[in-house]
Design a protein around this ligand. Structure first.
Ligand code: A3P
Length: 315
């Protein structure tokens, strides 16, 4: 039978109540939907996105698990997409945090500012982002010409980055959450958008099947050869650079040091309860060595090996 919008909404509410639940860091509830863990209030927006979004051929979807370099990828893609309009002028990243300009679709319910883009408006191309796993992104994104750029990062640095981030957000004025428990929950996949390993694997396999559709980036490669990687992104998005000066300009505009010190990122907030400054920390490869014990390291390595290496993915 055809259901009215309110009946559909009631059904969604009921199905949300039945989802498996868990506590994250003894601080907040998360629930399991389609095999992954989410903050409960994000599931409904994710369902709506999946069932109603119609992608256009020139849309671009950025995708990532948490703390893998999303902010950097958003900044770079924004500059690349806008570079023809920006030749001499206005530097968009000084006006607002990258998460304002390229919102994470399912989290827009937490935006502190009115969005300038209507994602359901079919009249203009969209540059958008999601943390959702590949399995639940809208079919129209998969079947249209919409391109996807995914960024992955090594699990140990991702975990340490996540540990700092959620200690700021969920445990202000408290002791940091014990690191050994953080490792356990990361390895069992019971964390926001987890399992991290399943998340990267899904996009990795899809990118192998459809390399023209999905560009799979690694944070570490972007750090070690930023020019090559940013040129790769620009080519992939159909906006190749005209000269090396342009590449340098974009890399400088998006550098951690610069973004971190912009007024808007030192003091502003785009997401409720999250200061913009929380998105910028060290940006160093291998920072995990300052935190993890050999046992913790081995546990993550083992999980990573067993989940990813058989598929040729080494993070
Ligand atoms: P660290 O916590 O290891 O420093 P996300 O953007 O997905 O939330 O990931 C955050 C991580 O990316 C943080 O890592 C942060 O410092 C780093 N980061 C943020 N902006 C960056 C930039 N412009 N260049 C490189 N790394 C950046």
């Amino acid at each position: 039978p055809n259901l009215s919008p309110s009946e559909t909404s009631n059904n969604v509410e009921k199905s949300l109540l039945d989802l498996p639940k868990a506590r994250f860091w003894e601080a907040t509830d998360i629930c399991q939907w389609e095999g992954f863990w989410f903050e409960p209030s994000l599931v409904k927006p994710a369902m709506t996105f999946r069932s109603t979004f119609h992608a256009q051929n020139d849309d671009v979807l950025l995708a990532s698990s948490m703390k893998t370099g999303t902010t950097w990828l958003k900044s770079l893609s924004l500059c690349i997409m806008q570079k023809d309009h920006q030749k001499h002028a206005f530097d968009i990243l000084t006006s607002e945090n990258p998460h304002f300009h390229v919102p994470t679709i399912e989290s827009t319910i937490y935006s502190t500012k009115p969005l300038q883009v209507n994602y359901y408006d079919a009249s203009s191309p969209h540059l958008m982002h999601t943390h959702l796993p590949y399995a639940v992104i809208p079919d129209s994104i998969k079947s249209s010409g919409c391109k996807i750029v995914y960024i992955a990062r090594n699990p140990k640095d991702t975990l340490i980055s996540m540990w700092h981030y959620f200690n700021i957000i969920l445990r202000p004025n408290q002791e940091p959450f014990p690191l050994n428990k953080t490792v356990d929950c990361f390895c069992s996949g019971v964390h926001q958008y987890g399992s991290f390993f399943d998340h990267v694997l899904e996009y990795w396999l899809e990118s192998k099947k459809s390399p023209k559709k999905i560009l799979f980036l690694k944070y570490e490669e972007m750090k070690s050869d930023p020019k090559r990687e940013v040129m790769k992104i620009a080519e992939f998005l159909g906006k190749p650079f005209e000269n090396e000066g342009e590449v340098d300009e974009v890399l400088w505009r998006c550098s951690l040091e610069r973004l971190k010190n912009l007024e808007v990122n030192k003091n502003g907030s785009v997401l409720l309860n999250v200061p913009n400054s929380a998105f910028f920390r060290k940006g160093v490869v291998g920072d995990w060595k300052n935190y993890l014990t050999p046992e913790m390291e081995e546990k993550i390595n083992q999980t990573s090996r067993s989940k990813l290496e058989a598929f040729g993915l080494f993070l």
